[in-house]
Unconditional design. Structure first.
Lengths: 113, 112
């Protein structure tokens, strides 16, 4: 079953803590993305990666970090510098070409304790 | 330049009715306009998409209408069903650019 797996489904962060959200895909896609979803604000791009060992900042990268050491994996770290981290985080992937369809995982809900 | 404005924010439609969601964009370089459907607690999934060389695309009960001169596009859901209750996002992207710009979403509720 091809797809994108995000874990955990729910995550709680304490003050001053860094937390890491996992994203794994077995679709053999080159590009991977992290979006943040807040009610009434749509999906905002945090970071994206087109190839292994390379990634670019999106529109709201401050307070977040990523790595892309393997094609299949694109973890997102929410650092203590992100003062308002409560949101639904979505990982997505696609491959270059005319389709451009984004394939999304089921998301991680991050809340602050 | 990069915004996609979506309306309404929420919509209630009776079963069997037509649901209409509208989007407007500013960047004339956009050349791909998808709609995504998202159920609660899940990630969005592609519903239907259109390119600006056609004015309408239909897939089952879902139709995209595209007006290039007005820089607007809309999603029509015919014979709306309770199972269509979800959040719908319009989006736009440009060939050669990885970024996809999303609208703010419309929460649709279809009541029996």
């Amino acid at each position: 079953d091809g797809g994108i797996t995000q874990s955990p489904k729910y995550l709680f962060r304490k003050e001053g803590q860094n937390v890491t959200l996992s994203c794994e895909q077995n679709l053999n896609h080159d590009a991977m993305y992290w979006y943040r979803q807040d009610p009434g604000q749509g999906l905002r791009l945090i970071y994206y990666s087109q190839i292994v060992n390379d990634f670019q900042k999106g529109d709201i990268a401050e307070g977040y970090s990523v790595s892309r050491e393997k094609k299949e994996s694109f973890p997102l770290t929410v650092t203590s510098a992100q003062k308002n981290p409560t949101a639904f985080y979505l990982c997505a992937s696609n491959s270059p070409g005319p389709s451009r369809e984004l394939f999304f995982g089921s998301g991680t809900q991050l809340s602050v304790l | 330049q990069q915004q996609v404005k979506q309306s309404p924010q929420s919509l209630i439609v009776q079963k069997g009715g037509i649901s209409i969601i509208n989007c407007a964009y500013e960047n004339t370089a956009f050349d791909y306009f998808p709609w995504y459907q998202q159920f609660p607690g899940k990630g969005p999934a592609l519903l239907i998409a259109i390119r600006p060389d056609v004015s309408e695309k239909k897939e089952g009960r879902f139709t995209i209408s595209f007006n290039k001169s007005a820089k607007q596009f809309s999603l029509h859901i015919m014979d709306s069903q309770p199972g269509d209750s979800a959040t719908y996002f319009c989006a736009a992207s440009r060939w050669g650019y990885q970024k996809v710009t999303f609208g703010t979403g419309t929460k649709l509720q279809v009541i029996p």
